[in-house]
Structure formats: structure tokens, C-alpha cells
Design a protein around this ligand. Structure first.
Ligand code: CUA
Length: 363
């Protein structure tokens, strides 16, 4: 039988997209786990967790889990009572051999029953409302402590721009933050903005979702208490590559974070052996969209490439950052990420090699 859920192609499409998102996130988490296994990489020693709200490592996520359990227990109890009474009624009053076929006495206008099924649900809703409000204020009302890291994250179709205004760092798709000791918290406050459409910032183990809205600034904070890699994903449908808008948060010890920040602050490397590639890159339209600090490239439309090779993935978590993938990406991004807004550069093989060599030197 046809019903409202299977009627239109739109529903099926949405279902497929949600499935694709879930699948991508799972693949990404698996890839990241392999990539960042203790002896697999030189740069990152963080193991990547499976994104689950039931494995929190940061205060807002702990509070979210607490609230989730409260709501699940209350609604679970309601479900058991309703389902239990339904099953009881079906068994107890089922049609039996020898029934006289008459309807049972019909009850109209029972004040007690009507009061009960009006007042009790209102009380339950009020309780859920008050509990939720309390948690929202507990999360949002937290005053910034003296030692906070300020980060601005800008959602783009389909990648995340990450800026550390006070540190002078610009990167993409890989947020590095110091671990926060509950005794001496060093939380990270994130300002969320969008360059185009509505996205949603969500790292399930660190905090709840927060929409990223054009012409509006939203704030969210995290205080991850365990070093590691935590994956997240844009959580608001934002176009063709919504499912390809992944994000990794690398939570590092204070020393490792300081090392990372110093390395990111350094100007782009200026290797003599990739001179030809650098000149070619500067002569192409690459520099209208990409920035390489200290060069003529100062575009803002695409990710900053100053330390491109320090990142684990390209295309916002869609593929691993390897020399072959960098070369294929420059040649034709759509072959790796259909719909990516970067055009195919249509370079000759020789030029492609030169530009690839230059980007590989941006460590
Ligand atoms: Cu950005 Cu979905």
C-alpha cells in the first residue's frame, strides 16, 4: 500500500542522503582511526573515536548525555506503561468463543478520565521543559575563564575554514585545541559563521549541534578533557556535498598544541627546488581562491594552503592527504568530490607535476 512516506521521490532522496551521511561519517572515522593509529603517523598521535553522544569527553557533551538519559528514562517509562496497557487490553478483552457480539458499555464524558489524560501529560511536558531549560542554561551560561582559546570557524560549501585570530593561524577542516584539565580548565570558545548557506557544526563527543547561519554569529564552547581525535560532520543539509563536509578535532597536550601552533604560524616554506612550481602557481587563477601566506596568493574562497601538508585529509575529510590525491585533486577535484566548487585546472602533465611539487613542499 502506498502511504505518505513512500509517495514522493523527495522522501526517498532525503533518506538516501541521510544514509550517505551516516556511511561517510563511519568511513571517515574508520579511515581516521587507521591513519592516526599510534605508529601510523608522525604528526598526529591521537586515536580517533567513533562519533557517539554516549562517549562524551567535554562538559557540554557530558551535560547533553545526562539530559538524554533523563529524557530517555521518562519517555521510556511512558512507552512501557502505554504499550503494556495496550497489550493487556488486547489480551484481556480479545474476542472469545461464545461472545454475545454486543459492544461493551460506552463511556462518555468521564470527568476523571479526561482530567487524568490532560493533566498528567501537561505535567510531564512541564517537567521535560524545565529540565531541558536548566541544562541549556548550564551549558550556555558558562562564563569564559581567563585562559580560553578563541577560534572562528566559517562554514563553506563544502569545507570548514578555521581561524585563530589571536594566534594568526588560518587552516581548514582540522581543528587543533589543547586538552582541558577539569581542575584548571582551558576551554575553547568557537565563533561560528557561514560564507554561503546554513550549515551545522557538530562534534558529537564534544558538544551539541550549533547551526552556522549566514549573517549571524553563533557561539559554542568545548573543553575536551582527553587528548585524541574526534570526528564530526556538517549536520544541516547544505547542498550536493553536505555528506562530504567532515571535520576532525585534534585534542593535544598543551606542549603538542604549542608546537603545532608555532609550526602553523611560521611563514610558508620557500624551497628553491620547487621555484618553477611556485611561479606557475602564482601565475594561475589558483591565487584568486587560495592563500599562501607571504606570497601573492591571498584568495579567501578556498582553503588556506600555507601548511597544506600538515593536514591529514583534503576535500574536508573526503580523501587522505597523499601526493597522488593532491595531484588528482588539482587535475580534477570533481573526480574525487563531485560538485566541489574548485574547477578542474586543465594543466599539461608537466605543469601539473610542477604545481603538485610546490604544494607538497607546503608543510
Ligand atoms: Cu554544510 Cu551540510
Amino acid at each position: 500500500m502506498k502511504n505518505q512516506f513512500s509517495a514522493g521521490t523527495g522522501e526517498t532522496e532525503a533518506g538516501r542522503l541521510t544514509l550517505e551521511t551516516a556511511w561517510r561519517l563511519l568511513l571517515f572515522a574508520t579511515t581516521m582511526t587507521v591513519l592516526t593509529a599510534p605508529n601510523a603517523t608522525a604528526g598526529g598521535n591521537e586515536a580517533v573515536q567513533t562519533p557517539s553522544i554516549f562517549a562524551p569527553v567535554s562538559t557540554p557533551a557530558y551535560l547533553t548525555r545526562e539530559l538524554t538519559w533523563i529524557v530517555l528514562i521518562i519517555t521510556g517509562a511512558i512507552f512501557l506503561v502505554v504499550a503494556g496497557l495496550t497489550v493487556y487490553a488486547i489480551m484481556r478483552f480479545r474476542r472469545r468463543r461464545g461472545d454475545d457480539g454486543r459492544e461493551p458499555p460506552q463511556v462518555y464524558g468521564s470527568l476523571q478520565i479526561e482530567l487524568a489524560w490532560t493533566v498528567v501529560p501537561i505535567l510531564i511536558v512541564v517537567v521535560l521543559f524545565l529540565v531541558t531549560t536548566r541544562y541549556i542554561f548550564a551549558i550556555e551560561g558558562r562564563p569564559p575563564v581567563p585562559e580560553t582559546l578563541e577560534v572562528t570557524i566559517v562554514g563553506h560549501q563544502w569545507w570548514w575554514e578555521i581561524r585563530y585570530p589571536k594566534l594568526g593561524i588560518v587552516t581548514a577542516n582540522e581543528l587543533h585545541v589543547p586538552v582541558s584539565d577539569p581542575a584548571h580548565p582551558t576551554p575553547t570558545f568557537i565563533t561560528l559563521q557561514s560564507a554561503d548557506v546554513i550549515h551545522s557544526f557538530w562534534i558529537p563527543q564534544l558538544a551539541g549541534k550549533m547551526d552556522v547561519i549566514p549573517n549571524k554569529t553563533n557561539r559554542i564552547w568545548i573543553d575536551p578533557q582527553k587528548p585524541g581525535g574526534y570526528v564530526g560532520q556538517c549536520a544541516e543539509y547544505c547542498g550536493l556535498q553536505h555528506a562530504g563536509m567532515l571535520l576532525i578535532v585534534a585534542v593535544q597536550s598543551k606542549e603538542d598544541f604549542a608546537k603545532w601552533a608555532a609550526q602553523q604560524r611560521a611563514p610558508a616554506r620557500n624551497d628553491a627546488e620547487v621555484q618553477a612550481g611556485r611561479e606557475l602557481f602564482s601565475s594561475l587563477s589558483c591565487i584568486n581562491c587560495h592563500a599562501v601566506r607571504g606570497t601573492a596568493a591571498n584568495g579567501l574562497f578556498g582553503p588556506d594552503l600555507t601548511h597544506l601538508m600538515s593536514r591529514r585529509t583534503i576535500g574536508a575529510g573526503v580523501i587522505q592527504n597523499t601526493p597522488e590525491n593532491i595531484r588528482s585533486w588539482i587535475d580534477d577535484p570533481a573526480s574525487l568530490k563531485p560538485g566541489a566548487l574548485m574547477p578542474a585546472m586543465k594543466l599539461s602533465r608537466d605543469d601539473l607535476d610542477k604545481v603538485t611539487a610546490y604544494l607538497l613542499a607546503l608543510r
